[in-house]
Design a protein around this ligand. Sequence first.
Ligand code: BEZ
Length: 212
Amino acid sequence: MALHLGSVAPDFTQESTEGPIKFHEWIGNKWAVLFSHPKDFTPVCTTELGVVAKLKPEFEKRNAKVIALSVDDANSHKGWTKDIEETQHTKLNFPIIADSDRKVSKLYDMIHPEANDTLTVRSVFIIDPNKKIRLTLTYPASAGRNFQELLRVLDSLQLTDHHSVATPADWKHGDDVVIVPSLTDPKIMKEKFPKGWKELKPYLRMTPDPTR
Ligand code: BEZ
């Protein structure tokens, strides 16, 4: 079945560089970022894992855990980890799922046969503490991902979960936001947005980031 935004992220148990992972249990009450790699010992993936290791404190600030997946076994991942640490000058501080039987890749539809029938594409799933999928992204093997974008989306999801706002194009934490179109009662709007708002169109109302 297709995995949609709002679907429950499929649970699984699979080996990893940090031992067996029971996925939902591993997520606990945090957010999770699950991202796949085509293969071990490949250049773009090596840089991606280095970047994520360096950004781990930023994910932690957002109450989020990160976990990678590649379709090789844990021994291979451990050998590759040494290369990542050497070339990217960082310690690998999160697990890599060892998906040599493709169990998780198939569960999450990470293999796109028209692109490559055995390797995973670069998939990303952001999963919330209720285990619901909140973002999906699919990149080709040839394009490394922008992990700052994942932090930005986590900021947006966490803000919009708690306030009646949405975030505009290229928004980043602290920028003005838009008031959701469904909110039209001026009394409620004044309560929710005491700093006021600017109405550019009846459906386009800008207000300062309510958490600022
Ligand atoms: C890479 O990670 O560098 C890569 C993997 C598969 C195909 C192309 C590039």
